[in-house]
Design a protein around this ligand. Structure first.
Ligand code: NAD
Length: 238
């Protein structure tokens, strides 16, 4: 099927938004087209009415406005890829409820490498803890980042110990223009194990989000809320 998927972009003027728009227009031009771009001074939610999928990389207030608009609409809704971080429990709950009406992926990190790291830590952390290692994490990001610890750090801590994510001490460092680096260090009495990931450019997240949007558009189910790892497992591991 060669239908071009119509993409709506929220947070279009931001660092991530600009990267996504550029990639949709180049690398993904045979699969998708940038139909609508919305930001603070540009467009409005109503512009998203005819799109197939909305990619949201804005701030929590932007996600809240998007949810207000989607909840107020009747009938079929576009799919939603939500990459905005720092969402509180009530916004996350509203996204889950939206998943009963359309297809939604919410992830704090759309890098497939982080999805793989999450699976590795989910397996390794409990084993290493039983062996007496204590886990610590550093999350390093650029100085413009609003939330700390990063959404990715929280996701990794949850994967390591779903019941007690706070058992992993997280140190957040904001310096220069670092795109995103996460290191988990397991300290033993006589040795140290380090597992980490560093994003080298924003294309990583942008590609992951665009591919997730295309995947949602082609899904048989009309509804559902997916994490990055559920998507990753269904797409690459099954
Ligand atoms: P940015 O500050 O450069 O861009 C955010 C954009 O959102 C700005 O253009 C701003 O005007 C717009 N915006 C803010 N509030 C809005 C509102 N109420 N309505 C419409 N537009 C609004 O930030 P960025 O670096 O592009 O990151 C955007 C978001 O994506 C952040 O939450 C960041 O943490 C997150 N992020 C997620 C991933 C991931 O893989 N999930 C990767 C990188 C960044």
């Amino acid at each position: 099927m060669n239908d071009l998927r119509k993409i709506g972009l929220l947070g279009a003027s931001g660092r991530m938004g600009r990267t996504i728009a550029e990639l949709v227009g180049t690398t993904y031009s045979k699969q998708a087209t940038m139909a609508e771009s919305v930001d603070m001074q540009r467009g409005c939610m109503e512009d998203f009415a005819g799109v197939d999928a909305i990619i949201d990389f804005s701030l929590p207030a932007g996600t809240a406005s998007l949810l207000d608009w989607m909840e107020s609409r009747e009938g079929p809704l576009p799919a939603v890829v939500c990459g905005t971080t720092g969402l509180d429990d009530s916004l996350l709950e509203r996204l889950r409820r939206l998943g009963q009406r359309t297809r939604v992926i919410q992830a704090n990190n759309f890098s497939p490498g982080i999805a793989a790291l999450t699976s590795i830590l989910h397996f390794a952390a409990p084993v290493l803890r039983k062996l007496g290692y204590a886990a610590k994490m550093t999350d390093i990001h650029h100085v413009h980042k609003k939330d700390a610890p990063s959404g990715t750090a929280i996701t990794l801590a949850r994967a390591m110990d779903p019941e007690h994510p706070e058992s992993t001490e997280i140190s957040s460092v904001r310096e220069g223009e670092v795109i995103g680096a996460h290191d988990v260090v397991f300290e033993g009495s006589s040795d140290r194990i380090t597992i980490g990931h560093e994003a080298l450019n924003r294309d990583l997240f942008a590609r992951g989000a665009i591919e997730a949007a295309l995947w949602l558009c082609g899904l048989e189910e009309n509804t559902g809320i997916f994490t990055m790892n559920e998507y990753f497992e269904r797409r690459y591991l099954s």
